[in-house]
Design a protein around this ligand. Structure first.
Ligand code: IVH
Length: 688
């Protein structure tokens, strides 16, 4: 018999893990650091082992990974996408070389090429005759997700290769974000009152796996190519094709094919593909070990993107072919990672920060500590559930982790180090900024300050108003907003438009030039289209896309007077958003804000099309075969409204051929010319 308490604990752990899985795998919104998740899973495993009769097939311990999201079509990889063997120390790196030598059974010099192990998402891009025709995520290695429409939207991925490509190239690499871009996205999320991403990798995954490729396009994703699945067909003279980390062994023709990893990367670069940088050559395993030692302290902090170690690769493709692969990984390459660095420090205090919508977030104030290359002195604790889960007290020694990521997390408490002087963390009863009452909505973990005049909320709202996707007022950053609100000069967004150079000069450290620039920026922002203004206002539930839709249907005055049913009739605007918008404009502060913004000369006009909506400008489409969900005329008119041309015949310059049911010879011609072919679903995604 399993004691009741244990049974309940097991059930609770299973529910929590499944909830976290769903957030992580299906919504790309990890709720806790990986180490905290691992801790829950380990606890569940231990209990199931101790009480074997509790085991159940539906337990998360019985599953390997998450289910792929239903939003993308599954694609089977022509050549399996293997993974790399991992090592965590120099000793394991040396053992790997010994294994290679035993396997080769002869004395040969082995040269290595070393690359950063990019902490991104593996992706395979297929180029036919140099044209990007397909993109897929790794998935389980056999089957991934078709992300072609989204990858086509990534600016840094070439859609056409420069000369020197083989007939078919399925190149593999990582999609990732540079640190500065990740930080910008998180700052914008924070300014919009949204949950920030836990790390750059999850942010990149979330950005790639968007239903709307236009969102992907804005996220500045990058791609570094590091290996290939298929290299087929001749481009120049005849030669021998390489055997990459997971090469297509059935296709061995081609010319001028690379013979080493270094050569391969050089070739990719000359085709216009970005490759990992920096890379290092090593002619002994000791030289490789030296790179491993150096990388973490000297290179990683300046790399500009997240990496969780290095990849040591046998440089010669001939040797690689000899080495072959095991079921999971090629023998010729090894990922040498750094053990996730956990450091101990003191929790000095917990402060509470108030967001734009009034949500109060606990923030750990830590004794500054050096962790994975940076000094950390504060970390978000998310909410009180998290504080209870960690069992935190002020004065505790806590474990802090930052594994190749940007944001540090408190992952545990060293309870054995308690002295008895620790103090409990008390939930605030009133708002730390305005002293007003706090409430907690039924079913939500977050505490909220309900005072719309709360200075902390006002500051956040103003920052959101001025943010890049909002009114884009450069120079209206945190310090300036603090000065303007604390001095009582700005009480809402409309006050920004009344600021004079003289007003600004009264803020400490404001110089003449800076004041003049800011006044200029403010004046310029008046002409932003209505969609931007609607987003900038920070109406709950109204993000950039919804703001664009609303702006196409109503002027700001009409929206301010609208009833929920007026809005709910607009396609894509649901009940929750309609209610939120109506409530927003009924709030006393907003009632007076709207006419003052109008008087300041802001653009309230309904827009005929959403902001900058010519996403397909310069593209040409050819249709062949019947589409199921719309007529040929509708499809052609849709691409025209989005800025593209619909033409009758296929040429090399055609951007896309859309093939419906029973396609004609245009499809064959597209294939022959290497023009990308879209199915109906991909076309609808692209022309949304
Ligand atoms: S070579 C067999 N080089 O790490 C795969 N992989 O399990 C050969 N990765 O999913 C890949 N940086 O996508 C290679 N410089 C690099 C890499 C790299 C990151 C990823 C790869 C794979 C995972 C290893």
């Amino acid at each position: 018999m399993i004691p009741r308490k244990i049974r309940e604990e097991i059930e609770k752990l299973r529910r929590e893990i499944l909830r976290l899985d769903k957030l992580y795998y299906e919504e790309d919104k990890p709720a806790v650091p990986d180490s905290a998740y691992d801790g829950l899973l380990a606890k569940l495993k231990a209990l199931e082992e101790k009480y074997p009769e509790s085991r159940a097939p539906e337990s998360p311990t019985q599953r390997v990974g998450g289910r792929p999201s239903a939003a993308f079509k599954p694609v089977r990889h022509a050549v399996a996408m293997l993974s790399l063997d991992n090592a965590f120390s120099e000793a394991e790196l040396r053992e790997w070389e010994e294994r290679l030598r035993r396997f080769l059974r002869r004395e040969v010099p082995i040269h290595y090429l070393i690359e950063p192990k990019i902490d991104g998402l593996s992706c395979a891009l297929t180029f036919e005759k140099g044209v990007l025709v397909a993109a897929a995520t790794r998935g389980d290695g056999e089957t991934g997700e078709d992300v072609t429409a989204n990858v086509l939207a990534i600016k840094s991925v070439p859609k056409r290769l420069k000369a020197g490509f083989p007939e078919v190239l399925e190149v593999r690499g990582e999609i990732f974000l540079r640190v500065e871009d990740f930080e910008r996205i998180n700052a914008e999320a924070a300014a919009a009152g949204d949950e920030p991403f836990v790390n750059a990798r999850n942010c990149a995954a979330g950005s790639l796996r968007q239903k709307d490729p236009a969102v992907t396009a804005r996220r500045r994703l990058r791609f570094f190519a590091h290996s290939y699945g298929i290299w087929r067909g001749a481009v120049q003279a005849e030669g021998r094709a390489p055997s990459g980390p997971s090469g297509d062994v059935s296709a061995r023709r081609g010319a001028g094919v690379p013979e080493t990893q270094r050569d391969f990367l050089r070739r990719l670069e000359s085709m216009g593909l970005a490759v990992p940088e920096p890379v290092w050559g090593a002619s002994t395993i000791e030289e490789a070990a030296a790179v491993y030692r150096d990388f973490k302290t000297r290179i990683l902090p300046k790399l500009g993107y997240a990496a969780d170690g290095i990849v040591v690769k046998v440089d010669s493709f001939k040797l690689r072919a000899e080495l072959g692969e095991t079921a999971q990984s090629p023998r010729c390459a090894l990922a040498v990672k750094y053990p996730a660095e956990a450091v101990k420090t003191k929790l000095l205090d917990v402060e509470f920060s108030v967001g734009r919508s009034g949500v109060v977030t606990p923030v750990a104030k830590l004794k500054p500590v050096f962790c994975s290359g940076v000094t950390v002195s504060s970390a978000t604790l998310h909410n009180f559930d998290e504080i209870r889960r960690l069992g935190l007290k002020i004065g505790d020694t806590v474990w802090l982790e930052r594994a190749g990521e940007v944001i540090p997390h408190v992952v545990g408490t060293a309870k054995e180090e308690r002295t008895g002087s620790e103090r409990p963390i008390v939930e605030p009863k009133s708002c730390p900024s305005c002293g007003g009452p706090l409430s907690r909505e039924e079913g939500f973990v977050a505490l909220r300050c309900d005072n719309p005049a709360c200075p902390a909320q006002l500051k956040r709202r103003l920052l959101h108003f001025a943010s890049r996707p909002g009114m884009d007022i450069r120079g209206l950053g945190e310090a300036v907003v603090d000065g303007l609100v604390d001095s009582g000069r700005v009480k809402d967004a409309a006050d920004i438009y009344g600021l004079s150079i003289g007003d600004l000069l009264e803020i400490p450290l404001f110089k003449d030039k800076k004041a003049r620039n800011l006044v200029g920026e403010i004046a310029e922002s008046k002409s932003r289209p209505l969609a931007r203004l609607l987003f900038a206002l920070g109406i709950p539930h109204v993000g950039e896309k919804a703001a664009g839709i609303l702006a196409e249907h109503l002027s700001l005055e009409e929206l301010a007077r609208a009833k929920p049913e007026d809005l709910a009739s607009i396609p894509e605007i649901g009940d929750v958003m309609s209610r939120a918008a109506v409530d927003y404009f009924r709030a006393p502060g907003v009632l007076s804000l709207v006419p003052r913004l109008k008087a300041a000369g802001l653009d309230f006009k309904r827009m005929r099309r959403p902001a900058g909506a010519k996403p397909l400008a310069g593209k040409t489409f050819v249709f062949t075969g019947g589409l199921r969900s719309l007529s040929r005329e509708e499809a052609e008119s849709r691409v025209k409204t989005l800025g593209a041309k619909a033409v009758a015949s296929v040429s090399r310059k055609t951007s896309y051929v859309v093939a419906g049911e029973d396609p004609g010879s245009k499809l064959d011609r597209a294939k022959a010319l290497g023009v990308p072919v879209l199915g109906e679903k991909e076309f609808l995604e692209l022309a949304k």
